[in-house]
Design a protein around this ligand. Structure first.
Ligand code: OAD
Length: 262
């Protein structure tokens, strides 16, 4: 069966997902860890998910960093190494190609792995910025200074043997932190505003590889649906959007996105 045909979960069988996306002037795309799963980046929930092995409150909160920065940096260093060994997969590439070939798509990602950016650059290194994602949860390849606000690219290895070997700010000397959003923290205002605007203007929403368990990201999808616009979900497992989806394409993003967007 073509991935674009209505699956058992489809509520609006007469509207093909390809047609929905083709007819929409403005599309909000929300991605999560699942789009990077076929690249080798672990997801958070479900089988093999990071939150099965680790507790978010020990590693992904400001309190955890204040209590044991060495442990937190060790974990982010390990994730950096994992991501550095990964390349964009067919799902990232199909999405980037589609965004470069048309206008009116805003890609909002919860991922910190940089693989959407790598996909866009690999297709057209000097291409327009419109295939670049709005990063809701920051970037694992950046650092930020809680003291003076300095921030910079840094995807290098982390030496977490002691507090002294952890990254320190070149401006004020304070300990740097990963430039990601932790639980209990506000999202970057720019990213939030851009995502809100895209949700308010979208004629359709494409959701890929997110369980929909974390807000405000999940709320953007529901905002589109509340405006009566169709939501298409691409995911091999259950998501919190399944009940409101006009179409659920059950399977891996690396297989389904090239067929849906190609
Ligand atoms: P989750 O781990 O919660 O969800 C991953 C989703 O991807 C699940 O619905 C899987 O079924 C699906 N999936 C797995 N393999 C896939 C594939 N090959 N193709 C498509 N989908 C696949 O990850 P997120 O929803 O991204 O936040 O998690 C949201 C946030 O929770 C993260 O940004 C992170 C986490 O805690 C923070 O750390 C603040």
């Amino acid at each position: 069966m073509s991935p674009c045909n209505a699956e058992p979960g489809t509520r609006n069988a007469e509207r093909n997902p390809r047609t929905i996306l083709h007819d929409a002037n403005q599309v909000l795309v929300l991605t999560g860890a699942g789009i990077s799963a076929e690249s080798g980046v672990p997801t958070f929930r479900g089988p093999g998910g990071l939150w099965k092995e680790f507790r978010p409150e020990d590693l992904a909160t400001p309190e955890a960093f204040a209590g044991d920065p060495r442990l937190v940096w060790e974990w982010y260093g390990w994730r950096r190494e994992k991501v550095a060994a990964c390349a964009p997969n067919a799902g990232h590439l199909a999405l980037a190609r589609w965004m470069l070939a048309r206008t009116g798509v805003t890609l909002v990602t919860q991922n910190v792995d940089g693989l959407h950016e790598a996909a866009a650059r690999s297709i057209d290194p000097a291409g327009p910025d419109r295939a670049m994602p709005v990063r809701l949860h920051g970037s694992i390849a950046r650092v930020r200074c809680p003291g003076c606000g300095f921030s910079a690219e840094d995807a290098g290895p982390v030496d977490a043997r002691s507090l002294d070997t952890l990254p320190h700010c070149q401006s004020c000397g304070a300990m740097l932190r990963p430039d990601v959003v932790w639980f209990g923290e506000s999202l970057p205002v720019d990213a939030l505003l851009r995502a809100e605007e895209a949700a308010n203007q979208a004629d359709a929403c494409l959701v890929v590889g997110t369980a929909g368990a974390v807000y405000p990201a999940a709320g953007f999808v529901l905002a589109v649906e509340r405006r009566g616009k169709p939501v298409i979900v691409v995911d091999p497992g259950p998501t919190s959007f399944d009940d409101v989806a006009a179409a659920k394409l059950v399977g891996n993003a690396g297989e389904l996105l090239p067929a849906l967007l190609g």
